[in-house]
Design a binder for this molecule. Structure first.
Ligand code: SF4
Ligand code: SF4
Length: 480
């Protein structure tokens, strides 16, 4: 007689009840008391169906436990386990990954320059960990207008039936090539309209070169802006310095204030890089939202090889999770009261949970998103643009579908055995390729140094999700 055991899930508590995050389906399942009792009883050891029902039924005499059990089996929270342990299976054959051809390109990230007027110590483009030689390499310092136009042409050509495509401007410091940027935006709008499509733009900048004219242009063209800024003066000036070592805070502040005042059609976001020395997350959040006026603030730990003095070590990650939790609690309180809260790390993860994402790849790099280097080489994303090793085509020759398929085959979650028993894999899928390349020398490696923080953070967001699902489900409908 077969026995029943628990399936693969991560359980969490929210709003006074137990939930399951069902890993194979990335679905969330709320338990009532009888369902919880059935699962709790199986947690220690598998049991025959009749024995399980008999044991639990005395506590729930009025419940159709058989129906509850069947429901748990249907969602694979409970599964049948063999009586005799199966012999150790032979190693599985290599996964048969069906190439996704042609996968539409939805986002082109244009590295309009690889030059920067700042000299941030931890910068992935200029620090010891850089991938592309931006000083002596083959890529030009600035993207030409022709290459920018060809990038737009490539995006529209490769976007298939997608109606809304995205152009992101990145650098270096993006605004050092404002002349090209300001030319290619109207060109992209015209070309897209001629093909019955629409383009959305966003731009990342350190804001130190923003002028009133540029702000007017960004507002007029409805361009989303993300400002790279690390917090109050002292924190900003720790690493985000000019080439002469001078701090950038006082230069960017009046420019950001004008941007926030005049560009109101899109939320203006701040993006903070956390290091061992800039890690007071709650204070940074308060400063950027309450004192400067950013609507959204996102945080990311610095990408670095091990051993750099600005690296967030294990205790730094623990502290980061604790502070993220404090801000996530605030986010929840605001969401329950129908107020906006700008901690974008939570809203982004909630959206992924709500949509039931189960990723075979950690992000869109090399899939629907590609980075275009100043000279027109197409790479995995903005961080790899210009790297010969990670090239997936050029703007003139198009996407090298063979190279893309080889990349997708090698990087599929099926090829990351370290992640196969991890409950957070539907959302993490091994983590950022650039982080892995910097840390382990290979984009194919899972980012095992930050698993604890990924799982801790995912658990926090699941709890926020469960609270909202119970107490203000209307809030979640924005993610539909
Ligand atoms: S990298 Fe770590 S947290 Fe992410 S899926 Fe793999 S094992 Fe899980
Ligand atoms: S590889 Fe890393 S940096 Fe590039 S898009 Fe993915 S997550 Fe972002």
């Amino acid at each position: 007689m077969s026995r029943l055991g628990v399936g693969e899930f991560h359980s969490f508590d929210a709003a006074g009840r137990r939930f399951l995050y069902l890993v194979p389906s990335a679905a969330i399942f709320a338990l009532d008391d009888p369902a919880r009792a059935l699962l709790d009883r199986l947690a220690d050891q598998p049991l025959g169906r009749a024995d399980l029902l008999a044991e639990v039924s005395s506590r729930f005499p009025d419940t159709d436990l058989d129906a509850t059990l069947s429901e748990l089996e249907q969602v694979h929270a409970i599964r049948t386990v063999p009586d005799v342990p199966a012999p150790t299976p032979p190693p599985p054959p290599p996964p048969n990954i069906i190439p996704l051809t042609p996968f539409p390109l939805t986002t082109a990230v244009l590295n309009v320059t690889n030059q920067c007027n700042l000299s941030c110590t931890y910068c992935y483009e200029y620090s010891e960990d850089k991938i592309v030689d931006t000083t002596n390499g083959s890529q030009p310092k600035f993207m030409s207008e022709e290459t920018a136009r060809q990038s737009v042409d490539l995006l529209l050509r490769e976007s298939g039936d997608i109606q809304v495509v995205h152009v992101s401007f990145f650098g270096g410091e993006t605004l050092m090539n404002y002349p090209v940027l300001s030319q290619v935006v109207p060109y992209a709008c015209e070309q897209a309209a001629a093909q019955g499509k629409r383009v959305e733009f966003n731009l990342t900048t350190n804001a130190t070169l923003l002028t009133s004219e540029m702000i007017g242009f960004l507002a007029e063209h409805n361009i989303s802006v993300t400002v790279s800024i690390d917090g109050p003066r002292e924190m900003q000036n720790r690493f985000r310095v000019f080439h002469d070592g001078g701090g950038s805070y006082d230069v960017l502040l009046p420019r950001v204030r004008e941007l926030l005042q005049r560009h109101t059609s899109r939320p203006i976001g701040a993006r903070v890089t956390l290091t061992s020395q800039v890690n007071d997350i709650v204070s940074i959040y308060r400063h950027l939202t309450e004192e400067i006026g950013f609507q959204e603030v996102g945080f990311a730990p610095v990408t670095t090889a091990p051993g750099r003095d600005y690296e967030l070590g294990p205790s730094g990650f623990d502290e980061m999770v604790a502070q993220f939790k404090a801000l996530a609690d605030e986010f929840l309180e605001s969401a329950l009261a129908g107020r906006h809260h700008g901690f974008s790390n939570v809203s982004e993860t909630l959206e992924e949970i709500h949509k039931g994402l189960s990723k075979a790849y950690p992000c869109g790099a090399g899939l629907g998103l590609m980075g275009i280097a100043t000279g027109g080489d197409v790479g995995l994303c903005h961080r790899f643009a210009g790297s010969d090793e990670h090239r997936l085509g050029t703007v003139t020759d198009g996407i090298d579908r063979e190279a893309q398929n080889a990349f997708l085959g090698r990087h599929h979650l099926a090829n990351k055995p370290d992640c196969h028993s991890c409950w957070a894999r539907p959302l993490c899928s091994g983590g950022c390729y650039h982080e892995a390349h910097t840390r382990y020398g290979s984009t194919e490696h899972a980012n095992l140094h930050y698993c604890e923080w990924i799982r801790g953070w995912t658990d926090i967001c699941l709890s926020v999700y469960g609270e909202l699902a119970e107490r203000n489900p209307e809030f979640l409908s924005r993610f539909n």
